[in-house]
Design a protein around this ligand. Structure first.
Ligand SMILES: [Zn+2]
Length: 329
């Protein structure tokens, strides 16, 4: 790609203004755009959940790569879609304590979270992307994994091969989200990747990157490599470690699953680790009361791989005990 190397890099940055704040300043979403001539367009976002900050670090590494490498096309990053949540190191939007990732595509004349969602969503679709990647994080005891959204209409369903191929650039387990009824009842159709895919008709997926509240360096490196791999698969740069546009992508046959919920309140001691293969019937957690006079052994009803164990010790009835990848049947 000698032709590509000669195209100079244009780097621009700015802020999408969202609203004024009571201290007389404004809320805005910082963005940065790297362009080398014409070509495919990639948009990457992070920190929709304000305390999921590894994506911000991954993007810092990614900017350095974009400055150093030859490619063609445009990469736009919005690294901080929930600025108040990020500042206060919490998942929700600080102003209203709402989960921003259940309000997309948002409304510019709606409630606070809807307006914030709308500003981010419009900025993403305004780039006319060929692919969008949203970077998240799960827990301290979690592996990196890629979540693919459910297809809610015929048009988005046509994007399935493209989503599966582009997401294969990440060296991580790939899986579909919860079964459709749970996907809808959990309002994941209003998540950012779910909206960009099903309403924006753009290939979009979510990448989970470990710890909350601080950046996991190894997973940031993994994500940066994955993004470069997405560019290679989009035909924006030379084929990378995971291949170029024609590279094969194994079919995604797993889905997200919560195998166990607490039936009694208690403290959970997990007997498995993230990344571990679990067989059906294996004891995965002991749930005890505070004096350890009652101890329940909880067995996994299915076989699969542990994706994450929540960052908490106590559980109330109904709370999911861990997240697994199981066969999508
Ligand atoms: Zn998240």
């Amino acid at each position: 790609m000698k032709r590509v190397a000669s195209v100079t890099l244009r780097e621009e940055r700015g802020r999408v203004e969202v609203c004024e704040t009571v201290d007389g300043a404004t809320r805005g979403l910082p963005w940065i755009r790297f362009r080398r001539g014409d070509g495919p367009r990639l948009v990457v976002t992070s920190a929709v959940h304000g305390n999921e900050v590894t994506g911000i670090r991954a993007l810092q590494l990614f900017y350095d790569e974009l400055r150093a490498r030859s490619f063609h096309g445009t990469v736009t990053c919005l690294p901080m879609l929930n600025p108040s949540g990020c500042e206060s190191n919490r998942r929700e939007v600080s102003e209203t304590s709402e989960d921003l990732n259940r309000f997309f595509p948002g409304r510019s004349d709606g409630g606070f979270a809807e307006r914030l969602a709308s500003a981010g969503y419009q900025a993403i679709l305004g780039e006319s992307p060929d692919c969008h990647v949203d970077l998240h994080a799960d827990s301290s005891e979690s592996i990196a994994y890629v979540i693919l959204d459910r297809y809610l209409n015929a048009e988005s369903a046509q994007l399935l091969p493209r989503v599966e191929s582009l997401s294969a650039a990440f060296d991580a387990i790939r899986l579909y989200d919860w079964p459709l009824d749970q996907y809808r009842s959990s309002r994941l159709d209003a998540s950012l990747s779910g909206s960009v895919l099903n309403q924006g008709k753009v290939p979009s997926f979510t990448v989970e990157l470990g710890t909350l509240r601080y950046a996991d360096e190894a997973k940031a490196v993994l994500a940066c490599r994955g993004l470069l791999g997405v560019m290679a698969r989009l035909g924006m740069m030379e084929p990378g470690a995971t291949g170029g546009p024609e590279a094969a992508a194994p079919k995604v046959e797993l889905r997200r699953y919560t195998p166990l919920r607490a039936e009694r309140a208690g403290f959970g001691r997990f007997l498995v680790r993230a990344g571990q293969r679990v067989e059906a019937g294996m004891v995965i957690c002991e749930l005890s009361d505070v004096f350890r006079t009652r101890v329940e052994e909880l067995k996994s009803p299915v076989s699969g791989v542990v994706l994450s164990i929540p960052d908490r010790y106590w559980f109330s009835p109904g709370m999911g005990l861990l997240t697994m990848a199981v066969r999508d049947e």
